[in-house]
Design a protein around this ligand. Sequence first.
Ligand SMILES: Nc1ncnc2c1ncn2[C@@H]1O[C@H](COP(=O)(O)OP(=O)(O)O)[C@@H](O)[C@H]1O
Ligand code: SF4
Ligand SMILES: [Mg+2]
Length: 404
Amino acid sequence: MSVPLLQVDQLAVSFRQEGLETTPVRSVSLTILPGERVAVVGESGCGKSLTALALTRLSPTDRAHVTGRVLFEGADVLALSRRERSAVRGGGIAYVFQDPSASLNPVMRVHKQIGECLRGLTHAERFAAAVGLLTQTGLPDPVRAAQAYPCELSGGQQQRVVLAMALASRPKLLIADEPTTALDVTTQRQVLNLIDKLADANGMAVLLITHNLGLVAGRMDRVYVMYAGQVVESGAVPDVLSRPQHPYTRGLLAAVPMLDAPRNAPLRDIPGTVPSPDAWPTGCAFAPRCEAASPRCHAEQPPENKGAKAAFTAAGQNPIRLQPYDTPHCKQPLRLLPNARTKAGRSRARRLFFGRRRRIVWHCRRKRLRQIVACQDPDRAPNAQRRIDALRRAGPRADDAQRI
Ligand SMILES: Nc1ncnc2c1ncn2[C@@H]1O[C@H](COP(=O)(O)OP(=O)(O)O)[C@@H](O)[C@H]1O
Ligand code: SF4
Ligand SMILES: [Mg+2]
C-alpha cells in the first residue's frame, strides 16, 4: 500500500468565547493517498470547512485551538513554524473556496492575482504563465480574462481563475470546499469536470467538500460522512452508496432527488437540524433525529468499529463505521457594475455601496419599530409609531448608517 499523502489523526478544533468552550470539530481522522479523490460529505454546520482549514491552521479567528496530528508527506503540519506552514499552503495544499468572488481581489487584474503565486519570474513571464494557466482551465479568451478585473467575469469564469491560482504553485493536494455551490447548475458540472481533468493532468489528489452525496457518485474514490464534528461513516464510494450503514448516511442518500422517482413523490429530508456545537447531545449526536434511536443512544456515545465489516452492536446501536482506510464584493447585476478601471467608476462603486447600506439600515430600523407597534405595548407603541412616521418623511439619510 502506498504511503499516505495526508494523514489526519484525532483532529479537533475548539473556540473559547465569553468563557464558554465549544468544539465544532471533535476527533476527525482521515487519510488521502497520492492522486486519490476523497470526498467529505455532511450537512451545513457539521464542521467540514473548519476541518479543511485546520489542516494548515487556517482558522477563521485567532481564538481557534487546534489539536491532533496532521501529517502531510510525513511532516506534522501543526508543529511546523509559521514560515514552513505557509510553504505547505499553496505549494503542497491549495484551496478553492465556495464563493469565487470573495476569494478574488476586486481591484486587481486577474493576471496580477495569479502572478502572486508565481515566484522568480519577470513581469512578461508571469503574464504568459497566467495566460497558460487560464488556458488550462478552459477559459475561452484567456488573454482577455487575464487583463480583466474579477467583476468583469461571470461566476463560472471567476471559479476557473481561482482554480488557475490554486494550480499555479503545482500543489499535491487540492482542497475544494463546496466549489460549485455559488454557481448555476450547468456551470457546476463544468467546474467539477475541470477539477477532475486538472487533477488527472497534474497527478493531484483532491479533497472535495460537499453537502450533496449525488456529486460524489462516479467521481470520487472514497467518502467520509461527517455529522456534528465527527466522521460517522467512511469507505469506498460504491460501498458506502450501495450499502450505507449509518442512519445519517441513509438519510442523506434518501434526500438526493432521483430522476426515476415516481411523479409527485414527496422529497425526503432528515427531520430536525444539526445541533449547535455548544449543545452537543450527551449520547449519539444524531439520536434526536434518528428513527432507529434507542434509549441507550441518548445516554452514551456509540462505539467506533474500525473493521471493514461493521455490524450492529448487541444493544441495537449503529456503530460508527470507519473502514481502514458574505461578503462578496458586489452582488449587483453585471450591467449595473461600475467600471473599476476609471476613477469615476470607482467613486460610483463607493457611492453605490454606501447608498445601499443606508437603505438597508433604514429598512431595518423601520422593521424593528413596526414590530414594537405590532406588540401593542402601550408604553412604547405610540412613540415607535411617531418615529416610523419621522423616518418615512426623512428617507434613508446619511447619518442613519452611522447610528448602527
Ligand atoms: N469562528 C468561529 N467561532 C466559533 N464557532 C465557529 C466558528 N466558525 C465556525 N464555527 C462553528 O463551527 C460549526 C461548523 O462550521 P463549518 O465548518 O463552517 O460547517 P460546514 O462547513 O460543515 O457547513 C458551525 O456550526 C459554527 O457554529
Ligand atoms: S447510535 Fe443510535 S441514535 Fe445514533 S445513529 Fe446509531 S442508531 Fe441512531
Ligand atoms: Mg462549509
